[in-house]
Design a protein around this ligand. Structure first.
Ligand SMILES: Cc1cc2nc3c(=O)[nH]c(=O)nc-3n(C[C@H](O)[C@H](O)[C@H](O)COP(=O)(O)OP(=O)(O)OC[C@H]3O[C@@H](n4cnc5c(N)ncnc54)[C@H](O)[C@@H]3O)c2cc1C
Length: 462
């Protein structure tokens, strides 16, 4: 048992992953969460027989750290594959839904015929995408926006109809100022190494092992049988509720001769040897404000977007048209009030009773963000109007639920990696202080979990 006394501030998935790893390593730690329950963005509600996700509904097993965490807390048997017999992404364009052409990997076409047959992209657009093979590559290491990168390599139409809606759905931000280096470093590397994304992607697909390296059956998106909160509960059970203080906001951290002093919302203080701040950067800067103004300033440079999810249950018999794939995404150029829509009860098993359909729409996130502040009924009305006009769902809801995420997602804008390097440089002056979570090196659950594991490893190496 290591006798260092450690504080983890925040109770999101990054913090929980760190706690699980510290427990496994035998450390003495306490996790402090401001709210009355942990999980942060991972929030699942059971409403009657419905399982409704407020935040993320899935993790990518490709980012192996989520699966590692699930295994550590003994929930392997609770992993849930998506219902891939219905798989498919559709794009709303020109008043109808188009399937994302088969073989398009994120934004890169890897098969000719499906793209040729697609009615989503015009002929000049298709030819421009194919020309990617001959576009000279940039060799310098300078960052650029995702919009510039995609337009340069694959053309404007690919950006507007494929890349932007796919990416906006993940990052809830605008490709015009998103850093390509911070969000899609793999594409930048492909360009540098082989000169073409298409060439690299086709080669990578040929090399892909036929079987999943992780052993168990996996789909591209995975969830938990009881919803993502099941992972939160698994982490809590593993670390032990006695190590978790909910309803306990940390307001400041002060550097002592050896270690750190935390001050809590009620004015009390406690000293620790090491502190892991797993709060969003805009909270972290408040906590460390008095200790290091320069670091605080560097943290302020990270911008945030707000979004909301609106889950609506309908009776199946009231939905007149079949709903294709797992849902659809909406290009910004369409100027609609929803960005994406998932048929939750088609994508995942056991999300709704058999005679109903659970539909989840996304609003805000760098596009019509004012909607996030609408009242529930107003927001429901806006979403229903869009569902009616766009895909003909005019049924009365059985129930609905709105979840708002103000400043919920960091925007990795151009220059993000330089800003993170500047934060790291300053943070390194404070031995035993760690900053983790979605603000820095990846917004997805897998990257957040990795940041927690990395902090635990760094603590072990102190
Ligand atoms: C709507 C939505 C859908 C998403 N979908 C997906 C998806 O499908 N797949 C995916 O991989 N990712 C998804 N993401 C992203 C992912 O969920 C988040 O990036 C990730 O969960 C963030 O985890 P975190 O630990 O960094 O922070 P958070 O979850 O934000 O946790 C931070 C915690 O700190 C606490 N806190 C704040 N201030 C204090 C304080 N002063 N003292 C103590 N505690 C404090 C907060 O209450 C919170 O619990 C989605 C995000 C959103 C908003």
């Amino acid at each position: 048992m290591n006798d260092k006394k450690i504080a983890i501030v925040g109770g999101g998935i990054s913090a929980l992953a760190c706690a699980v790893d510290l427990k496994e390593k035998g450390f003495n730690f306490t996790l402090f969460e401001k709210e009355n329950s942990v999980g942060g963005k991972l929030f699942t509600e059971r409403i009657g027989e419905f399982t409704v996700e407020g935040g993320p509904d899935s993790y990518l097993p490709e980012k192996i750290w989520s699966v590692q965490l699930i295994k550590k807390v003994g929930l392997e048997g609770e992993m849930l594959c998506s219902n891939d017999e219905h798989k498919g992404t559709f794009i709303y364009s020109g008043g109808r839904l188009h399937p994302l052409p088969e073989g398009v990997m994120l934004m890169v076409p890897t098969m000719i015929m499906p793209l040729v047959k697609s009615r989503l992209i015009s002929w000049p657009g298709k030819i421009r995408m194919g020309m990617e093979l001959f576009v000279p590559s940039r060799k310098d290491l300078k960052d650029e926006s995702l919009a510039e990168f995609v337009t340069r390599r694959l053309g404007r139409e690919c950006l507007e109809k494929i890349a932007e809606p796919l990416v906006a759905g993940i990052h809830t931000s605008n490709p015009d100022n998103m850093s390509v280096l911070a969000t899609f470093p793999r594409f930048v590397e492909m360009e540098r190494k082989s000169g073409s994304l298409i060439k690299s992607m086709v080669a990578a697909m040929k090399k892909m092992p036929p079987q999943n390296p992780l052993g168990a059956k996996m789909t591209y998106f995975m969830s938990m049988k009881g919803g993502m909160q099941e992972l939160v509960q698994g982490c809590v059970s593993y670390v032990g509720a006695e190590r978790i203080r909910t309803g306990t906001a940390v307001v400041s951290v002060e550097k002592k001769e050896s270690g750190y002093r935390l001050t809590f919302g009620n004015g009390s203080t406690t000293d620790f040897d090491a502190v892991v701040l797993a709060t969003p950067a805009y909270v972290t800067k408040e906590i460390i404000g008095d200790m290091d103004e320069d670091l605080c300033g560097r943290l302020s440079a990270i911008a945030w977007s707000s979004s909301a999810t609106v889950s609506i249950a309908f009776r199946k018999e009231d939905i007149k048209k079949p709903l294709p794939g797992f849902g659809f995404i909406v290009p910004r150029v369409e100027n609609r009030r929803i960005n994406a829509c998932t048929w939750s009860s088609i994508k995942w098993a056991k999300r709704a009773p058999d005679d109903t359909m659970l539909v989840r729409s996304f609003v805000g996130g760098g596009h019509h963000e004012e909607l996030v502040s609408f009242g529930d009924k107003e927001l429901l009305a806006a979403v229903r109007e869009e569902l009616r006009e766009m895909i003909g769902i005019s049924a009365e809801p059985v129930f609905f639920k709105v979840y708002r995420w103000f400043q919920g997602m960091p925007k990795y804008t151009v220059g993000h990696l330089e800003r993170i390097a500047a934060i790291d440089e300053k943070r390194e002056e404070h031995r035993g202080l760690f900053l983790i979570g979605c603000s820095y090196r990846g917004i997805g659950i897998g990257d957040c979990v990795k940041s927690g594991f990395d902090a635990a490893a760094a603590i072990a190496a102190l």
